[in-house]
Design a protein around this ligand. Structure first.
Ligand SMILES: Nc1ncnc2c1ncn2[C@@H]1O[C@H](COP(=O)(O)OP(=O)(O)O)[C@@H](O)[C@H]1O
Ligand SMILES: [Mg+2]
Length: 227
């Protein structure tokens, strides 16, 4: 059996001792090459789950393993390195830096990973072509539409070819047409890079664009059938 890309074992996250755990003993595995959707009521703990997987928030019990590496065994530097090299994030609110050009935004993960400047520019330019933003390297974010901004965020999440892509309601601020374009792009890119990912979404159409869909109820990820 090969090592899963992501393995969660008995995962628990509890914000307050006198309140029920938000994540309460979750077991789950994601194989490389899988792009799956997670749905669930607002407040059920989907963002918490993504943050714990990313090591941005700690688990109170249980384990998160990425390619067999247990996050709890890593110190802060090693965790930062793993996140920087092996993960890519897309958030609902884009988080594109307003004072940097489109190209410099997308270049950030490469720069942080020490990729030489002469390699950065062609890789960013190629990534911009992949997301349909060809020639927009020097544009400023304020000159872009919402759908274009989210494509910048996707390019930035994928440019360093992360193993694991984590997307938290990436189409929540987009009109249906832009949302469909962004989802098609994200799914295609995640699969093309050979990694895998989790797509958190409220949209059934978005969930249907993934390989499989689940509903999160705090303890389990229940398989969902989406048309
Ligand atoms: N940093 C925090 N401190 C305390 N409670 C939190 C924190 N973050 C989220 N919560 C609570 O945890 C629950 C799950 O939140 P969240 O993961 O954001 O849900 P979702 O993304 O599914 O809407 C909510 O009740 C929320 O209020
Ligand atoms: Mg959320």
């Amino acid at each position: 059996m090969s090592v899963p890309l992501l393995a969660l074992a008995g995962l628990v996250r509890r914000y307050q001792a006198d309140r029920p755990a938000v994540i309460d003993g979750l077991d789950f595995t994601l194989a490389a090459g899988e792009w799956i959707a997670i749905m669930g009521e607002s407040g059920v703990g989907k963002s918490t789950l993504l943050n714990v997987i990313a090591g941005l928030d700690r688990a109170d019990a249980g384990a998160v393993r990425v390619d067999g590496v247990e996050l709890a065994a890593l110190d802060d530097d090693a965790l930062t390195l793993l996140r920087r090299q092996s993960m890519g994030f897309v958030f609902q609110a884009f988080h594109v830096l307003p004072y940097l050009s489109v190209g410099r935004n997308v270049a950030l993960p490469l720069a942080l990973n020490g990729v030489p400047e002469r390699e950065i520019r062609p890789r960013v330019a190629a990534m911009l072509v992949d997301v349909g933003l060809e020639g927009m390297f020097e544009r400023l974010p304020r000159e872009l539409s919402g759908g274009e901004l989210q494509r910048v965020a996707i390019a930035r999440a994928l440019v360093h070819r992360p193993r694991l892509v984590l997307a938290d309601e990436p189409t929540g601020n987009l009109d249906p047409k832009s949302a469909a374009q962004v989802l098609a792009l994200l799914g295609r890119a995640v699969r093309a890079h050979g990694g895998g990912g989790l797509l958190i979404t409220h949209s059934r159409a978005a969930a249907a664009s993934a390989d499989r869909a689940y509903e999160f109820d705090g303890r389990t990820l229940v398989p969902l059938t989406v048309p």
